[in-house]
Design a binder for this molecule. Structure first.
Ligand SMILES: [Zn+2]
Ligand SMILES: [Zn+2]
Length: 80
C-alpha cells in the first residue's frame, strides 16, 4: 500500500520473470520491487545470488553477487 505516490520518474523492477520479460512492478529500492527484495533478503547470509539463473557467488553474503547487486540496486542517488 506504500509507493502509491507518483514520483517524477517511476522506476520499474528489472528482475526477470521469464526469458523475455522483466517484473515491471514499481521499484521499492534501486531497481527492485518489494517482492523481489524479499527474495534477496531470503538469500542474505549465504553465498548464493538470488538472481534467477545466476551461479555467481555473493561473496559479501548480501543476497546478490556483485554484478547483480549493481543491476538491482543501481546505487541510490548520492544526493541526500
Ligand atoms: Zn520485481
Ligand atoms: Zn548474480
Amino acid at each position: 500500500m506504500s509507493g502509491e505516490e507518483r514520483t517524477p520518474m517511476t522506476i520499474r523492477c528489472v528482475w526477470p520473470v521469464d526469458c523475455r520479460n522483466s517484473c515491471g512492478s514499481p521499484a521499492h529500492y534501486g531497481h527492485t520491487c518489494g517482492r523481489h527484495l524479499e527474495r534477496v533478503r531470503s538469500m542474505v547470509g549465504t553465498l548464493a545470488c538470488a538472481w534467477p539463473g545466476c551461479t555467481w557467488r555473493a561473496w559479501d553474503r548480501r543476497g546478490l553477487c556483485d554484478f547483480h547487486r549493481r543491476v538491482a540496486y543501481r546505487l541510490i542517488e548520492p544526493r541526500s
